[in-house]
Design a binder for this molecule. Sequence first.
Ligand code: ZN
Length: 347
Amino acid sequence: MSNQLSITRPDDWHLHVRQGEMLKQVVGNSARYFGRALIMPNTVPPILNGSDALEYQAEILQATQQWPQFQPVMSIKLTMNTTAQMICEAAEAGVKAVKLYPTGATTNSQDGVELSRLKEMAENLVFDAMADYKMVLCIHAEQPSQSVFDREPYVIPFIEALLAWVPRLKRIVIEHVSTAKMAQFVASWPGRVAATVTAHHLYLTIEDLLGEELKPHYFCKPIVKTQRDQDSIWWYLKNNSNFFFGSDSAPHAQDAKEACSCSAGVYTAPMMLPLLAHMFEQHDMLDLLETFVAHRGADFYNFERNPDTITLVRSDEPMIESEESDRNTPRQMPLRKDDRIYWHVAD
Ligand SMILES: [Zn+2]
């Protein structure tokens, strides 16, 4: 077994960095290691157009000056009020992706899209405008009116309809794929539909979340699913180049997680690369880590792969899990019981 692994600098194609003080606390955990991150637009207020995106990008760049290789790739949020003109202006401002949240699907998504009105949006040429600029449509594929285990597969017919209505729309990403059914659907549209896969959906199942004790730091949307679903996602990740890495690292203050009403989101950024190396090693897939985190996503988004490398080292001492004492600070995902990570990023 090799104790050292050098890979092309990775990209994170789904990241929440929040705003203000929280942004300053969390963004460095990604910016120091990654080349690019696709920044999610569900802030308060949301990122709705090109000028919002430029302003938010400036805030992120300000907070990441010491890691000049880090490039925040911006997205805007699709609402029922988004027009084709807004899409064009956003593209001109450098925005690469448009994020579709079904109304109420997750954190700050009350102003999302009603799936029953997708055709209306297509007729208003909103998706054609994305196609004109080769933008990527990113979908949080869950319908919140359905039961939690059915929310993701329920959306498949809506996406199929959209693919038929807008044949020019060539690049759709199903974010944080969590079910075998959705993974199978993604694989049935090679080149046109891809999926991001998070570290926590590869690591956790519903048993870890609530099989023994309820673990609020494992609660996210889409909720982690069964071992069968997870095995299926690993299989597609291994065999299909349209499955690439997007962390969906989603920090909330500890007070918001350890509460009667627990916010959805798993904060993985501080441990991301060691955790991935750990899991890929356990699956005997370390040789695929580089293509998963550094090649496939850049290729799909039409970016050059990053020019430099980072090195992971396997040491004898396990990673020490930091326990944050400040209740306003997010706590990184605790490891599963008795699990130890021996990988770290070399300085
Ligand atoms: Zn997310």
